[in-house]
Design a protein around this ligand. Structure first.
Ligand code: F6R
Length: 614
């Protein structure tokens, strides 16, 4: 949440910063701002409510010169989205400008302390407290900017990734982080700062990921330096990142979400590449193999995640319990972290996160780590905080996911969980060799089946027109498809703003069936599996109450068409892998309904992709 970007070098900073903000806009987009130091050493700050385009529109005609600057795109936490609350914020004298991603938890105490000493605040934000504190300490203690930042951060409770510049000093940026992401790019005589690598990769592939409570001192003409609060220098490692720039563009699609839905056959291939052998006889997830004793001796597996990643975790629970016979508990990371959970040293805790930055999931990892469990990460963004905090893990390798609604990351997570379950099951001898080989073959054929499923685009688009003005939706599934129902409902509500609920189909009669009438669309996942007959009975109970049924069935099924209002036929696959196929029509349905309603599909209201606040 919130994206920060900074630049210092020989080029004009403004175009680099604006492009960087566009790349980071998925993180928050309710206001944006920029601070530049020009050749007269003046600090020029421009801010605008709304998207980055509004800022550009406002600033383009102003003095936007300068080879140093910082910029911000906001997802409001403290104070409504408006020009005043937008970052950068400035110190009392106007000499310092600061951008921040995170939350200053003790801002009220700090604000009172500063107000008692005559500091006047302009905004309602927690961030302004930080820049005012730095400015106050710099003046009171007559020290340089880096020292004032060190002193201020010692007083701060919370999460931050910050960058600060100073009027009259066009040769220095001070940045720092704790629990919020920060990447520093090192070019030829130039430096880049960003919340993730996407604004940096087109300029340099050399990056540094600072650790918690590290301060990055960037000075023109000098090598970058990292120090701690006591000014002791920390060694740093420069990493090489590889990212295909075209993955950051829409590539002819109207929205990133649609592009990412269509990428799934390829991302699935990328995800299994090098893990399933070419003969399709074996799967090796190296993170599991390197730690096989931990998995073989696991008393239980706990999976912590949020949102879509939590839905993938529920599918992982089914897979691991069925194939490996290890008990699995799936936890909302936000609940797990605050309920003093019982964790044993022989537990394995799996943290699933596309961004690798979700604050609650990261906190769950830290708690489990303290209690001695082995921590395994399943993430997408390489070098992000969760993979760095875990003992081992597997990347899902689906490439940057930019649409706020998660699509290809979900299928990537489920794919890694399938490979993880198969790897452990083989090690444990808990799977019949024939089933093992069958599932590997099925997994390898999923990309082809996804291609076939994507051909349903046109009929789903037609179907979406019928339901554009529905006020509610219910999604039903059982077994492996129950989490898919939850995911389908989440996709619809987050991008179309239609109220939607996912339920296990048999739960309906315990209350929610009271909601059913002729106006209620019910999406029922009824692909052929071991509980198909039961699911059909549940759907008939809905039909008997006049619900409007949209059924997802396995190709060739003619039974459901007799009572469903619409039927979507999906290619056949093993029920354990069915979510990888069934998710796609639900993604498309949500997408087209949102488009029909004129919603901002890639950047839905109130949301941000990387949830770095709790
Ligand atoms: C829904 C969605 C969110 C995320 C959730 C966790 O489409 O994207 O529900 O799944 O915020 O994010 P990650 O996976 O980055 O930890």
């Amino acid at each position: 949440m919130c994206g920060i970007v900074g630049y210092m070098g020989c080029q004009q900073a403004y175009p680099i910063l604006i492009k960087g903000l566009h790349r980071l806009e998925y993180r928050g987009y309710d206001s944006a701002g920029i601070a530049l130091i020009d050749s007269n050493n003046e600090l020029n700050i421009y801010k605008a409510k709304g998207k980055v385009a509004n800022l550009e529109h406002f600033a383009d005609s102003k003095n936007i010169s300068g080879t140093i600057g910082i910029a911000h795109t906001r997802w409001a936490t403290h104070g409504e989205p408006n020009d005043t609350n937008a970052h950068p914020h400035v110190s009392q004298t106007g000499s310092l400008a600061l951008i921040h991603n995170g939350i200053i938890e003790n801002y009220a105490v700090l604000k009172k302390y500063l107000q008692d000493r005559g500091v006047v605040f302009r905004s309602e934000t927690d961030t302004e407290v930080l820049v005012q504190l730095i400015g106050y300490l710099q003046q009171t203690n007559n020290c340089d900017l880096c020292t004032a930042v060190q002193q201020a951060l010692r007083e701060v409770v919370g999460a931050y990734a910050i960058a600060v510049i100073e009027k009259g000093n066009p040769d220095q940026i001070i940045a720092a982080r704790k629990s919020s992401p920060l990447v520093i790019g090192i070019g030829e005589g130039e430096f880049f700062i960003a919340s993730d690598a996407t604004p940096i990769v087109e300029h340099t592939q050399q990056v540094i990921y600072p650790n918690d409570e590290e301060i990055v001192v960037i000075r023109r003409g000098e090598p970058l330096k990292i120090v701690n609060f006591e000014n002791i220098e920390h060694p740093h490692q420069i990493k090489h990142i590889d990212m295909d720039i075209s993955q950051l563009e829409k590539g002819g699609y109207p929205h990133f979400m649609l592009k990412e839905i269509y990428e799934q056959p390829q991302t699935l291939i990328d995800c299994i590449r090098g893990r399933i052998n070419p003969e399709g006889t074996d799967v090796i997830l190296s993170g599991v193999m390197d730690n096989k004793e931990r998995f073989l001796n696991a008393r239980r597996i706990i999976i912590a995640a949020c949102g879509t990643s939590w839905h993938a975790a529920l599918i992982g629970e089914h897979l691991i319990e069925e194939l490996c016979r290890i008990p699995v508990e799936v936890e909302y990371a936000s609940e797990f972290r605050y309920r003093n959970p019982v964790i044993y040293p022989d537990d394995v805790v799996i943290a699933i996160s596309q961004s690798g930055e979700t604050a609650d999931t990261l906190a769950a990892v830290e708690i489990a780590k303290k209690q001695g469990a082995f921590i395994y990460g399943i993430c997408n963004v390489i070098g992000s905080s969760i993979p760095r905090a875990t003992d081992s893990g597997s990347y899902i390798h689906v490439g940057p996911e930019i649409g706020v609604a998660s699509t290809k990351a979900f299928t990537g997570q489920v794919t890694v969980l399938s490979m993880l379950a198969l790897t452990i099951a083989k090690l444990k001898n808990s799977i019949d060799p024939q089933l093992y080989r069958k599932l590997l073959g099925e997994l390898r054929s999923i990309p082809q089946r996804m291609e076939e499923t994507l051909k349903l685009d046109a009929p789903i688009r037609e179907l979406s027109k019928i339901f554009t003005y529905a006020r509610n939706f219910i999604y039903l599934g059982r077994g492996y498809n129950y989490p898919v129902a939850l995911e389908g409902a989440l996709k619809l509500k987050e991008i179309s703003y239609i109220h939607a609920e996912g339920y296990p189909a048999a739960e309906m009669k315990h209350g929610p069936i009271a909601l059913i009438d002729e106006e209620m669309p019910v999406v029922a996942i009824a692909t052929t599996d071991s509980i198909y007959e039961k699911t059909i009975s549940n759907i008939q109970e809905i039909k008997a109450r006049k619900g409007r049924i949209i059924a997802l069935v396995t190709r060739g099924n003619h039974e459901v068409a007799r009572f469903a209002d619409s039927v979507i036929e999906l290619p056949e696959t093993d029920e354990r892998l069915a979510p990888l196929i069934a998710a796609i029509p639900l993604q498309l349905l949500a997408y087209y309904i949102a488009v029909n309603k004129g919603r901002d599909v890639d950047q839905p209201r109130n949301l941000a992709k990387s949830v770095t606040v709790e």
